[in-house]
Design a binder for this molecule. Structure first.
Ligand code: COA
Length: 324
């Protein structure tokens, strides 16, 4: 019986910070324009934190997902947060969430797979659940990317936003039908943010902060080739064809990447819902926030086949076919 069990998403939640920053707001601060940003990326506005924190948004998203799933804190066995912008080096965001929601039975930890963080967290939860050790997991993608942006670098800071998304997953008879994940560390330097420098007494480093740097065109090329291949592979692995998929919920980096993937798969863009217009790119949080928006709009019906796909820093990528 256990061999047939799958990992099913049974609830979603999300949380965005209150402050809306439009492209026009940015164009008052730097040499950019709504026309440049929206025509190249599809992004019109993003939410940025003021008082909010990565853990605080995660707790709200987690509570909403648990309510949506009808699951209590005592039922949660595992909490995994995909993030590169936790509030502390330690404790992890996942441990902060555990404490805040009172999930004292849970094991909690963060993972760093950049924009693929939620997908990798989902696959880790799937592996734990399949062993039978755990039954119910809370997985999140959560970021405060605005703190690792160089606000003097118009080529990166206009692209990203802040927020958190969550899903509760549980062993069930349907759920993840197939997944594909991968990494290519040889190309890691096309999207970087250095950690703090070592300032021990035996080295002489300056302590200037480090921000996100990106070779946008290289990341673009990586995304538009790797993502369609990964999706084709995972759909085939699930024993389905591309035409059987009801929705493709992709990482929300850029509308041109999404259009290119749709074209390469020969699928109508209507099957690619988006949130990037009002969220920007929120790295690991993009996929679960989009999924929660789809869920909230009633787009997701039992039996539907949905492709989820994340890609980005590392470089990393991960795609799944889930039956809703
Ligand atoms: N506003 C106005 N002009 C800008 C700008 C901004 N915010 N940012 C850059 N520019 C300028 C550049 O300085 C450059 O000017 P120049 O030609 O005088 O040097 C010009 O616009 C073109 O820059 P370029 O970087 O070649 O633009 P692009 O067409 O490649 O578009 C991206 C840039 C980032 C939108 C595009 O490369 C992209 O979408 N990449 C994928 C990035 C991504 O999604 N990353 C996250 C993945 S997880």
């Amino acid at each position: 019986m256990r061999g047939k069990m799958r990992t099913r998403i049974i609830g979603t939640g999300s949380c965005l910070p209150e402050t809306v920053v439009t492209n026009d707001d940015l164009s008052k601060m730097m040499d950019t324009s709504d026309e440049w940003i929206s025509s190249r990326t599809g992004i019109r506005e993003r939410r940025l934190v003021k008082e909010e924190t990565t853990a605080g948004m995660s707790v709200t998203a987690a509570r909403r997902a648990m309510e949506n799933a009808g699951v209590s804190a005592q039922e949660i066995d595992l909490i995994i947060v995909g993030t590169i912008t936790g509030d502390y080096v330690t404790p992890s965001v996942a441990c902060e969430v555990q404490a805040a929601i009172g999930a004292d039975r849970a094991t909690a930890f963060d993972i760093n797979a950049a924009c693929s963080g939620f997908m990798f967290a989902l696959f880790i939860a799937d592996a734990y659940l399949k062993t039978g050790i755990y039954k119910t997991a809370l997985i999140l993608g959560a970021e405060t990317l605005s703190k690792i942006m160089d606000w003097n670098d118009r080529s990166t800071c206009v692209l990203f936003g802040d927020g958190a998304g969550a899903a509760v997953v549980r062993s069930d008879e349907t759920g993840i039908l197939a997944y594909d994940q991968g990494s290519d560390g040889t190309k890691g330097m096309v999207l970087t943010c250095r950690n703090r420098k070592n300032n021990n007494p035996f080295v002489s480093n300056s302590t200037e902060p480090s921000y996100t740097h990106m070779d946008g065109q290289e990341v673009y090329k990586f995304a538009v080739t790797t993502v369609p291949d990964s999706i084709k592979e995972v759909v085939e692995e699930a024993g389905l064809s591309i035409g059987d998929i009801d929705y493709f919920a992709l990482h929300q980096a850029n509308i041109r990447i999404i259009r290119s993937v749709a074209k390469r798969l020969n699928v109508s863009e209507d099957k690619f819902p988006t949130s990037l217009e009002h969220c920007g790119n929120i790295s690991a949080a993009s996929v679960p926030i989009l999924l929660d928006e789809m869920n909230g709009k009633g787009l997701l019906k039992p039996g539907m086949k949905i492709v989820l796909s994340g890609f980005g820093g590392g470089l990393t990528w991960g795609s799944a076919v889930v039956e809703w």
